[in-house]
Structure formats: structure tokens, C-alpha cells
Design a protein around this ligand. Sequence first.
Ligand SMILES: *[C@@H]1O[C@H](CO)[C@@H](O)[C@H](O)[C@H]1NC(C)=O
Ligand SMILES: *[C@@H]1O[C@H](CO)[C@@H](O)[C@H](O)[C@H]1NC(C)=O
Length: 589
Amino acid sequence: MVRVNRLVKLIVIILCCSVLLSFCFWSQCNQPNHINNEDQRPDTGGNLNYQARFHNRDTNSLKNTKDLSTTDLKYHDIDCVINGEYRIKCRRETSEVFVPFSFVQKYFEIYGKISTEDGFEKLAWEHSYSTVHRPREHYSPGGVFMSFEFYNVEERDRVRCISGMEGVPLSTQWTPDGHYYPIQISQFGLSHLSKYLTQGEPEVLILEDGEDDHLENWILPDKRYKLQLQKDKSLETTVVEFTTSDSMKYPGISIPADEKDDFVLCADLRFASNGSITVTIETPNLQLFHIHYVLSSKLISLDGHDIYYGLGERRGQWIHITRTVSVDFDKGLALKFNKVKRTKMKLKVSRITDVSVRGHGWLDNLTLSTTAHLDNFYNAANWLVYHQNDRGGWPIMVQRSLIPGVLELPPGWYSAMAQGQAMSLLVRAYLRTQNTKYLQAAVDAMKLFEIDSTQGGVLTKFADRYDWYEEYPTTPSSFVLNGFIYSLLGLYDLKEVTDGEDSKMASKLYSNGMQTLKKMLLMFDTGSGTFYDLRHITLGIAPNRARWDYHTTHINQLLQLSVIDDDPLFKNTAQRWMDYMKGKRSKHN
Ligand SMILES: *[C@@H]1O[C@H](CO)[C@@H](O)[C@H](O)[C@H]1NC(C)=O
Ligand SMILES: *[C@@H]1O[C@H](CO)[C@@H](O)[C@H](O)[C@H]1NC(C)=O
């Protein structure tokens, strides 16, 4: 044991020295900063293929370079043997030994890259690839949620697209077909509200709203097509009636846009026949594509330069659509090209050229804007109200395997994290609208917190004693930390806005959970990072260390909790966990 520790110490000392002398094996370390986290250690020793080059800081002076490299610095090859497992080629220069950074990087799971600073090359390395977002000093159940204004849920690869029927993301996590995942939907809504609260109102370009008895400059390619203003008596507003062929073979009635910044389309539409609304976009290399929003229940499809999103079979009623065209374009092309290809082919929106409609119907409030955060927020809140079942839950309709064959949940499971994140969202929707349907849904979402996970609820106990709300209610329990804390934040939000019996129940669930958290938090502390869950305790297997982005989630959560609970445990622990991100470790005996 002692010898191994010394060896590790020696290596660390060698590493530090190698940086000081800015000796760099640049062809190897010029890698992306965020290399992924797969446990890849160097495979065999001896022939790690690296090329060392000496870089003189004063690159302008050739003479100087020559002098230094030929006279002042002399080095020769030396083998390094690491833990008796690897043998690699290093370099020795008098009493110092230099180890290739490419080896060090993999061996110690660190992240480094070369950049320039004041004209000089430098190698910077980090122990973690994640960032901690400090929460605001005040927390309120109607305000920004944690640091979710930095989240871009819909852009994630595991979001198939934003459904034209529901206005919320469809997840491909755990199933390629996609499913409506209440956690993702709540996070989508919470991120949009948090962005709205931090960014403010968007810029809005009105293309047509039928106001002032005046039609904008529409293009009618066929004499038989008609366009006119009409009073909508029930809405007491002027709308635009359009009549064209509904066939995609013919161009519809269009309005030019030439918009280079505002890529969010909003419109109120009512179709009497089959019909559609189409956005034409241009890419940086001047290709044109059409995104059609059609009255069908087919989620998404791509056919050459045409992308189709189904709005559902919603004829005869007013529908409000909010579409982030740039995201819709990207998800449409993702059906055929992977991300690398899309970037290489420059497949992104650089301009919206026009918007057109087909069929017979009415339209109003046709706009392009920078964002439409509130629309997205309400779409998520309304989805939750509409899809909550009589147990107050949002069942997750895919199989989830934490450990295949051991920790599995068949489709239809509930998640305390989903319930909690939904509460946080619904409470915010209630506070903005005062509409009690949102509050009632949040209150109903508590029911599953009282039902044991073996009975289809989300409640478990640690050591038969401490109440814990499970993100994944497996048997035996998994005790996933971040999901538990999200559920506590939901209960906190709810207890703050309810009164009477509802408030009593939310407060009880919250304080039981917080008591558990305070007792159990440090079980997740490894001395150099955190555990994602407690499977090593419940299953007697190897622990599941949290990767850095989950580790930073833990820290962000503790920092948020420290704002609403002044127990120093949260602040102190968060500080120590931040130190772990710099490679610091807790003291040993
Ligand atoms: C309406 O038009 C769209 C687009 O052309 C088409 O996909 C859909 O099948 C049509 N629906 C009906 C009911 O004809
Ligand atoms: C268009 O927006 C105005 C202002 O928000 C609203 O009063 C009107 O009802 C909207 N039109 C439709 C058809 O929903």
C-alpha cells in the first residue's frame, strides 16, 4: 500500500514539473476539451505513439531556439513503468523525467488542451469538464428554477422533436420510438420560464394580425385564390380568411419575411378544410428548405427538401402554434444526417424567406420572434395538467434498466423526480395565472409520495427509518441523489403556495425528506467526488460514481438548498465538492 502511494506521489510531482517547464507533447494533447467519460485507460505499455517536440517560448528567435535545444537542454529516452501495469517511453533531462501528457490524461481521467495566451502556447488541464452555476441569493417558488436558464432541452440529441400536437419534446431516451417523458417536459418548461425571467420580453416582428383594416403584402400566385379580412365575432377581433388549394403541388398564399434573427414562428390558425402553414428557410450555402405544419397526426417526416410536422387532426377549431423553426429544421434533418454531417453540410437556418398558407381557413397573430419562452412554458404546464392520471402521476411508459436483469422497472413506473419537477413547474404556472387547475395538479402530484415504491408509489425508507423519494423506484432501492433533491425542491415550492391540509401534507413530506437528506448526504461523498446512487450498499456491488456533470448537478442543488435552508451542511459540503472538481481530495489518516 505504502509503496503504491509513493509511486502515485512521484508521478504527481513529475507532472507538475513538466508543466512548469512548458514542455509539451502537442500533437497528442491537442484534443477536444470535453473528451467523454468512458473509462479508457491506456491499453498496452511500451509503444504509446507520441511525438515530443520542444517549443521555445520565443518563437521569433531561431538562433535562440537552436542554442537552447542543442546546448542547454539535453534529454534521452527512459522507460516509465506505472504500477507494474504499463511501460511507456518518457524523457529524462538531468534529474527530471517528463511523462507524455497523452498518457497522463487518460490515466488520471483529466482534460487538457493547448491554447495560446499572449502569443505563447500553453497547456491547461482540468480535473473536471463541468461548470457550477451559482444560484441567485433569493429563491422563490415563482422565480427562476435553479440555473435552468442555461438549459437548452430541445436541442439535446435525445429529444426527437417538439411535437406539433402537444408542443412539448418527445424523448428518445431508452427507446428510439420516443415517449413523452414528464421529467424532460417539466425541464423544458422550467428552462423556458427561467430564460424568460432572465432575458425579458422577446423582439416580435408582426407579419400579419389583420388589425387596422389592412392586409399586409401577401403574394397570391393564382387568380382563384382569395384573401380577406373578417371579423371573428366570438373572439371580437379581426382575422384573415384565406382560400387556396390545399394541395402541396401548388404554391400557397405567401408573405415575404427576409428574417435573419427571429426564428420562432407563432400563429393562431383555424382550418375549415385540410390545410397547412409552411415556412421556407435558407441555409448558409443558399439552399432552400420548406417546413410544413400540416393537419395530420404523423409526428415528423423528411422528404428531400421538405420537412413535415403533424399538428393533429384539428380542423374547425382555433389552434395556437409556437415553433422554433431552427430546432424544427435541425430535428427534421436529423432523420437523415447525423450531427457531424449536418454541421459539415452547413444545414442550419440562416434566413426565413417567407411564410405561406394552404387550404381554406383563418389566421391571426402571425409573428416571427427571437423567443417565445412563455408559450413553451405553458405548453409544458398544460401537457402536465392534461396527462395527469387519477393517481396524480405521470406514468413513464418505457422500460428502465438501471442494471439489466437486476434493477429494472417495467413500463408505467412513476418517478419522484418527475412528480417534483412537475410540481415546481405547475406552481409557477399557477403563480403567473392564478388558475387553480395548475395548483390542483401540483397538489395531486403529492399522492404518490405517500405510497411505497413496492406498491407503485415513489416512497422508500433507508434502514427502515429514513423516508426517501425515489427517482427510480426499484426494488431493492437505488437512492439516486439528484432525483431525490429535485423532488424536495418541488415539495418546497408546493408547501410555500398552499394552505390548509395541502400545505400540511407538503410541509410534512418536505421536512421528512430534508431530515433524511441531512442524515444521508455524506454517504454520497467519496472523498474525491460523489456517488450517483447507493447501489453499492443496497446490492453489495461496486459503487456508481457520479460523472462530472452529475457531480456538478449535486453541487448546484446543494447551493440552491443552502439558500432555502441555513444548515451549514449544504454550503460546506458544496464547497468541498467544488474542490473535488480541481482534483483536491479529503484528508486521509
Ligand atoms: C392533409 O394534407 C396533408 C399534407 O398534404 C396530408 O399529409 C394529409 O394526409 C391530409 N389530410 C387529409 C385528411 O386529407
Ligand atoms: C390574437 O391576439 C390578440 C391579442 O393577444 C387576441 O386578443 C386575439 O384573440 C388573438 N387572435 C386569435 C384568433 O386568437
